[in-house]
Design a protein around this ligand. Structure first.
Ligand SMILES: [Cu+2]
Length: 70
């Protein structure tokens, strides 16, 4: 079984629910079993995934958002 990592990211550039859905899809494409909770107002993503947090931040940033591990 894949190791789960706690994920805590700051994500800048999300302005609406569509952005939240897009970021959620990016995470789930990388790891379909990932648990993700996004706080749009706070610009925060918390959850758990089999990927390293910085790998997820890179994938999200590649889609045009500004993500960093916090
Ligand atoms: Cu949006």
């Amino acid at each position: 079984m894949a190791e789960q990592h706690d994920i805590h990211l700051e994500v800048k550039g999300m302005t609406c629910q569509g952005c939240v859905n897009a970021v959620t899809r990016i995470v789930q494409r990388k790891d379909p079993s990932a648990q993700v909770k996004i706080d749009l107002a706070a610009g925060r993503l918390d959850g758990a995934a089999a990927l390293a947090p910085d790998e997820l931040a890179k994938a999200i940033s590649a889609a045009g958002y500004e993500a960093r591990v916090i």
